[in-house]
Ligand binder design. Structure first.
Ligand code: ADP
Length: 329
């Protein structure tokens, strides 16, 4: 089946800044994809190009099989876009604003009458539909932005930092709303908040310095990048001997240890990728007659993965720079 979004070798240069550097990815129908990257990574730029608001410098972008550059009006009709900081007309009432927006989007009058109450209901706005937007809390304004994006029943929702500036309760509500919307829409949302991706998305695309560094399900990323996570071990036994013997256990990549109290040592063990040395650790402790006080594996979080991937990329970038410098010398 034709993908909902197809991006090929996309590049965007602003005066002096390369914001996107050969970005390619696809989003299939029905997916909720999180576009994850630190500030300045190129997330908003990608989204603005996808929605036809700004042109690319080079590359190809298709939404629902339509070339965005050639069909920008049609694409805008099919995409519900909530830009960052969600600009709204703060002097209007919620229902008035949605009416105004649906006219702009070319919804016929009859449809408008049905659709506005529907999106109000979907976004939990029915009770505040007569309130002035400027007097609503940020969480409610964000929902008005979502309601607006949903008006024309778009196949695709593009949401730029949908929970930015919200308090923890509002964040939960908006995330839940996005999850519910994901049952009927394809969603691409950008965020720099990791738990957001873990909680709402089936797939994550990591972008950094205008390049895609990874694209997979959160679970697979965690499995392939560092299967085991760290292992915490606490042993009552002679500190230096414990350290030396644990370091030698099969499947252990490295350890770091600290003495914690009389005769006890805490050791953080990093396993070799794909290895799980927990049983070897237990056997070593038992064979030496020491006491095992704790043996736990901490789960690798998406945050660990993100730091790992972006750190590797920064090192590779530094190496490329060094090579360029040595060529110039
Ligand atoms: P993100 O959304 O991931 O924070 P952006 O897409 O906003 O990143 O920005 C990517 C890069 O492009 C940044 O270095 C940013 O400073 C630059 N940039 C974004 N918009 C403009 C613009 N209108 N003019 C010049 N540079 C820009």
């Amino acid at each position: 089946m034709q993908p909902m979004i197809k991006v090929e070798n996309l590049t965007k240069r602003y005066a002096g800044v390369t914001a996107l550097n050969g970005v390619s990815f696809e989003v299939q129908r029905g997916e909720i994809v999180g576009f994850l990257g630190p500030n300045g990574a190129g997330k908003s730029t990608t989204m603005r190009i996808l929605t036809g608001f700004i042109p690319a410098s080079s590359g190809r972008v298709e939404v629902a099989g339509l070339d965005v550059f050639e069909n920008s009006l049609e694409v805008r009709e099919r995409v519900g876009y909530m830009p960052e900081n969600n600009p709204l007309y703060v002097d209007m009432r919620v229902s008035e604003y949605l009416k105004f927006r649906s006219k702009l989007k070319g919804l016929p009058r009859v449809e408008r009458k049905e659709r506005i109450p529907e999106v109000l209901e979907m976004c939990g706005l029915t009770d505040v539909s007569h309130r002035i937007i400027g007097q609503l809390s940020k969480g409610y304004r964000q929902r008005v932005g979502l309601a607006d994006a949903l008006l024309a029943e778009p196949d695709l929702l593009i949401l730029d930092e949908p929970t930015i500036g919200l308090d923890p309760v509002q964040i939960r509500q908006v995330r839940q709303l996005i999850k519910d919307l994901g049952k009927r829409h394809t969603i691409l949302l950008s965020t720099h908040i990791l738990p957001e991706v873990e909680m709402t998305c089936n797939r994550v695309i990591i972008i950094h310095h205008g390049r895609i560094l990874a694209s997979d399900t959160p679970d697979n990323l965690m499995k392939t990048l560092h299967a085991g996570g760290l292992i915490q071990v606490e042993v009552r036994g002679p500190g230096s001997d414990v350290q030396a013997k644990l370091r030698a256990v099969e499947g252990v990549e490295s350890i770091s240890a600290k003495l914690i109290e009389d005769g006890c040592v805490r050791v953080a063990v990093t396993p070799k990728p794909g290895d799980d040395p927990r049983e070897g650790i237990y056997q070593t402790v038992a064979a030496n007659g020491w006491t095992l006080r704790e043996l736990t594996r901490t789960r690798t979080t998406l945050e660990d993965i993100f730091v790992q991937i972006t750190h590797e990329e920064d090192e590779a970038e530094e190496e490329r720079r060094e090579q360029r410098r040595s060529v110039l010398r």
